[in-house]
Design a protein. Structure first.
Length: 314
């Protein structure tokens, strides 16, 4: 494994890539085509945000546990402290990519509206292969914002400059969020395929012995089964069904619980155990929260409505 290259400051990033030092130590827009490319495999860990709009991307990337091809990628987002592995071949080094990268150090966001809000943008948690593809019109909008940010910090900074730049960054992120939503809409077939695979994976888990051995499935487990990030899975499910991954898991629990409460003589504690709950109180609390009834109230009402003379639950 190659040595991890830590890049703590934007100035270090400039030096490492052989480009002039930044006009501002905490924010910079760099020309992607000007960055230094050396044949070999490298591991980077950066302490700042990176938002890139690129064309003819060079290199192969490994993010998390999987490798991704950026040949068709355009706009990508990385948060601080994410490890990125890059492989440059001889052919990559000789290619001439284009585009821009916006670098934002977290210190620049202190005492601003974006300091906490940055963490809420789901695309910073997307896997690299979920790059954002832009139309020509959308690309123009992003490039204009990059240019406005660069123009603001490159000039004579005054009392208004930081607030203006923060507003531009937020505008950039809001447009990106809109474009991601558009991408979801134009990829419905692929998204519905993810939904189908998700439901099958969830069914398999509930029908196996995993519930008794490992408890309820986690969001991370299911996203790993589908080979996509947990954020992307939740965003896709939310877009298609209005419920995120955790809510789908809870819905499955309630669905199975109702089946057992209405068709078996098992006690509430036994049902809770079979559904992966360590404590029956946790199961009862979730059931009440989702149905406005306790498990026993559901069982009693179901029994009364379906078989008035049946006293099997008594």
């Amino acid at each position: 494994m190659n040595e991890l290259i830590r890049i703590d400051t934007i100035t270090e990033f400039h030096r490492l890539n052989g480009i002039p030092l930044p006009d501002h130590p905490l924010i910079s827009v760099v020309n992607y085509g000007d960055l230094l490319k050396t044949e070999g495999r490298f591991q980077y860990l950066k302490s700042f945000y990176s938002i890139a709009l690129k064309k003819d991307v060079v290199g192969k990337y490994r993010y998390g546990q999987q490798s991704y091809d950026f040949d068709e990628g355009l706009m990508t987002f990385f948060a601080p402290q994410q490890v990125l592995q890059v492989l440059y071949t001889e052919d990559d080094v000789n290619r001439s990519p284009s585009g821009y990268i916006l670098l934002i150090h977290p210190d620049f966001l202190w005492n601003t509206s974006l300091a906490e809000k940055m963490k809420r943008y789901a695309f910073f948690g997307y896997e690299v292969h979920e790059a954002l593809f832009l139309s020509e019109k959308e690309e123009k909008i992003i490039l204009e914002i990059f240019g406005q940010i660069q123009q603001e910090y490159s000039g004579n900074m005054d009392d208004f400059s930081k607030n203006i730049i923060i507003s531009q960054i937020e505008l950039l992120l809001n447009y990106s969020e809109r474009f991601y939503k558009r991408q979801f809409l134009t990829r419905d077939q692929s998204n519905h395929e993810i939904l189908t695979r998700f439901e099958k994976a969830l069914d398999r888990y509930f029908k196996s012995d995993a519930l008794l051995d490992k408890g309820l499935p986690t969001v991370q487990y299911l996203s790993n089964e589908l080979h996509i990030s947990s954020d992307y899975l939740s965003s896709t499910l939310k877009h298609l069904t209005g419920q995120n991954t955790r809510q789908h898991i809870q819905h499955k629990v309630i669905e199975r619980a109702k089946e057992k409460l209405s068709n078996t003589p098992l006690s509430v504690s036994e049902i809770a155990y079979q559904l992966g709950f360590e404590h029956s109180q946790s199961f009862s609390k979730l059931f009440k929260q989702k149905t406005n009834q306790t498990p026993l109230e559901f069982r009693k009402s179901f029994d009364l409505n379906s078989s008035p003379n049946n006293d099997i639950w008594q």
